[in-house]
Design a protein around this ligand. Sequence first.
Ligand code: KG4
Ligand code: ZN
Length: 340
Amino acid sequence: MDKDIFILAIESSCDETAAAVVKNGREVCSNVIYSQIALHTEYGGVVPEIASRKHIEKINQVIEQALLEAGQELSGMTAIAVTYGPGLVGPLLVGVSAAKAVSFASGIPLVGVHHIEGHISANFIENKELEPPFMCLVVSGGHSHLVVVKDYGTYEIIGRTRDDAAGEAFDKVARAIGLGYPGGPKIDKISKEGNPGAIHFPRAKVGDAEYDFSFSGLKSAVLNYLNSCQMKGEQVNTANVAASFQKAVIDVLTDHSMAAVKKYGYKKFAIAGGVASNSSLRAAFEEACRKEGITFYHPSPIYCTDNAAMIGTAAYYEYQKGVRHGFDLNAVPNLRLGER
Ligand code: KG4
Ligand code: ZN
């Protein structure tokens, strides 16, 4: 019998300090997340310097906790995995430095992981039967990509946002309607009390690229609507604005995704990233995929937002392919998907 592969994974690319132990790629033994959200709320968004400082304070605790909860010793790990990009440079450096130190001290090999590859791989954790090829929509605070997962670690990006990421649009609109940070979960919640058909916001098309997205026009349309209400002395129905905005985002994401999956002929479709935890978005994709006879995959919300288990899963397939990084591994804030 083959020896079990245990990966200690570290994630610190934004405002979550996280570590996890993952066995044989898809079995999560522990998944520890220290969220800094409360710390950044009063600033209305993530302050990179504050995030870096907090990561430094928390990283060792979180790593120890992950091993403890998994009932494992560091010496039992096969590899140390870490997100090295894309993300905020300071926060990334804390995770990369910690991983290098642990790897150097223990002699356990180091595997650097692309953050988006981690998000996509979150789908493997609970869907044991899911294997490439399939199509995946990655929607997070920093990214909106429509990706063909050709094989483990082999991707083709067929659509991307031209301006704001979907999560960024949620956060900016939430701020404008007074919901505060983090916007996504707040818009998700209040939208349940609103009418998604109350206000018609635009569904942007990017002329020359069928599968690309653009959300900055939608954000401006919401701001214009709020201004015009103010000028006319009309009261704003926050729940209706949130629900109508959310519907516009979801319509564009589902329309483009379904057009692409049909054109490319894939029978499996997955979603990933923080915005993939949005309840209406999940319901819309469930329905759209059902109509087209496509199997729909999505991670549980805890594996949608930033976590280290997804990094451990992605690292497993990289490790199996022989990927190892040296101690010259550096944080790469704008690392491209598929780049090593
Ligand atoms: O993947 P993630 O945790 O971090 C990045 O890699 O960016 O995504 C965070 C983003 C934030 O913009 C947040 O507002 C959004 O995901 N988000 C949501 C929901 N939960 C988190 N957006 C819409 N609905 C949600 N329920
Ligand atoms: Zn993320």
